[in-house]
Design a protein around this ligand. Structure first.
Ligand code: FES
Length: 117
């Protein structure tokens, strides 16, 4: 898997609404700007596939418009569910936002595995 950085937007694009939806290799990614930092999370919610881009930013989290799961912008953690939304490394260089397309998925304490059925 390549770790190449891909230019996805300019800081000007993002500054307008403080959020932006981009596609990288066919994957939708939501960019957010908060406290001067740029964050990238998979746009498709891990719960029921609503678009996080359409969510609301609040206190360093993005609230999914689907069922109000609140994901930390920096690592995608959702505390009440103890689950993670994938995030992407981002860097900003001369007003261009670069993204590393390899997702990071946080890991929680070993989850209980329940047999289905
Ligand atoms: S679809 Fe995101 S919380 Fe349900």
């Amino acid at each position: 898997m390549t770790a190449d950085w891909i230019a996805v937007a300019t800081t000007k694009d993002l500054a307008r609404r403080r959020k932006l939806r981009v596609e990288v290799n066919g994957v939708a990614i939501a960019l957010f700007q908060a406290d001067g930092q740029v964050y990238a999370l998979a746009d498709t919610c891990i719960h029921q596939e609503r678009s996080l881009f359409k969510g609301t930013m609040l206190h360093g989290r993005v609230i999914c418009p689907g069922h109000q799961w609140a994901f930390e912008l920096d690592d995608g953690y959702e505390e009440s569910q103890d689950r993670y939304q994938p995030t992407y490394p981002v860097r900003v260089d001369a007003d261009t936002i670069y993204l590393n397309p390899t997702p990071r998925v946080g890991t929680s304490a070993p989850a209980e595995t329940e047999a289905e059925g």
